[in-house]
Design a protein around this ligand. Structure first.
Ligand code: ADP
Ligand code: MG
Length: 381
């Protein structure tokens, strides 16, 4: 059933419009965003669509086509951020943050559907928030810039949904450009589209969705984030972004305990890898960045310790079958890995990952190519 029919069946009238926002993969630069560092995500060709219609009152009704997410209704006058349970915290979070910032937010009926796998580390949560943010921005005539919407949707995830993410996911979803990655400086929030040229080089990025649980709320993510912030305080710097690779082995190693030092080493070397990836894309093209991706995975596995058996197996199997590079993508503890492959090798890599998972007794992984795609936009329907 298409989204217009779904909307009309549920709410009795046609929507005013439909807005789409993509999920993302992060090419490189993991757990750097909340350390004010660099990241290089791209928006993927899977998206969440929100059909919406304004109401004359302050009631908001949200419904999702996805199984397991029941419709929710609430009043904008009464809802409290931090008191909303379940999936509705994402769309309602966006509305409540806008309201808190003084914007006039109307009541709305919203129906969402998505082909971004939920909870797979491809940022279905940001896709959801960003599609709703764009809808209300247009419908209420707020005229907020995409950059402003990055901050609003990030706050919605942080303060209402309680997911302490950095601005990476929202930036990719809102600012994505076809066949380009978004180079993001998470200190200044400056974002620049960086052409990838994957097609021209005969390359493809495969998502290896492990189907293993990832749960940011579970504390693993928050613990790493706290650890980084504490280390920055001990080092007397504003954020780990401020530590250069040359300072790592000097002062940092002396004053930090070994656990904190490993966290810091990941962040500092990961920032350097992002900048090197940018330089390599420019000088050698996308076929040359594979080893940087693989090094990023090793650092996340060994130093930051956010990988898991499934992610490690996916990366190993992909590399064994000829991937140029592979790494976990997203926060970790499950979710998805990506592999950079020559388009010819994609079937063999997919097969190798699937076979390895079967041999290990893991769930059947989902392996599919993704293309760097446009960010959030209004859809003609
Ligand atoms: P990820 O962003 O990696 O997919 P998260 O745990 O951050 O994983 O976000 C997943 C949550 O976002 C879901 O549990 C649900 O609350 C919400 N969500 C995402 N997409 C949808 C959707 N299409 N319908 C309803 N809820 C969704
Ligand atoms: Mg998410």
């Amino acid at each position: 059933m298409d989204i217009l029919t779904r909307f009309t069946e549920r709410f009795g009238e046609r929507p005013d419009g439909v807005w789409a926002a993509p999920g993302r993969v992060n090419l490189i630069g993991e757990h750097t965003d909340y350390n004010e560092g660099f990241a290089l995500p791209f928006a993927i060709d899977r998206q969440t669509r929100a059909a919406a219609r304004t109401r004359a009152d302050s009631i908001v009704r949200v419904a999702s086509a996805a199984a397991g997410f029941a419709p929710v209704e609430f009043s904008l006058d009464e809802a409290q951020p931090g008191r909303i349970e379940g999936w509705a915290a994402y769309p309602l979070g966006v509305l409540l943050i806008l309201k808190r910032l003084g914007h006039a937010v109307p009541g709305l009926d919203i129906m969402v559907e998505s082909d971004v796998p939920v909870g797979a580390g491809l940022s279905s949560s940001a896709a959801l928030c960003c599609s709703v943010a764009l809808a209300v921005n247009d419908l209420a005539g707020l005229e907020l810039t995409l950059e402003a919407l990055v901050e609003i949707t990030r706050q919605a995830e942080n303060h209402v949904a309680g997911a302490p993410t950095g601005p990476l996911d929202q930036s990719a979803s809102l600012l994505g450009v076809p066949d380009a990655a978004v180079l993001l400086d998470c200190r200044t929030l400056a974002a620049r589209a960086l052409p990838l040229g994957l097609d021209a080089a005969g390359l493809s990025v495969l998502v290896l969705d492990t189907r293993a649980e990832h749960a940011h709320h579970d504390g693993g993510y928050a613990a790493r984030r706290d650890g980084c912030e504490q280390a920055a305080r001990v080092l007397g710097i504003g954020a780990l972004r401020d530590l250069g690779t040359e300072e790592l082995t000097g002062r940092a190693q002396k004053v930090l305990d070994p656990g904190a030092y490993r966290l810091v080493r990941h962040v500092v070397t990961e920032n350097a890898r992002v900048l090197e990836t940018v330089a390599m894309l420019d000088s050698g093209g996308p076929a040359t960045i594979g080893p940087l991706l693989t090094a990023s995975h090793a650092s996340l596995r060994d130093d930051f310790q956010v990988s898991c058996a499934e992610l490690d197996a996916a990366v190993e199997a992909a590399l064994g079958a000829g991937a140029l590079g592979a790494r976990m993508t997203g926060g970790g503890f499950g979710g998805s890995a990506i592999a950079l492959v020559s388009a010819d090798a994609a079937p063999a890599v997919a097969e190798a990952v699937t076979a390895r998972f079967a041999a290990e007794g893991f769930a059947v992984p989902a392996v599919f190519p993704v293309r760097a795609s446009a960010g959030a936009h209004r859809v003609d329907v």
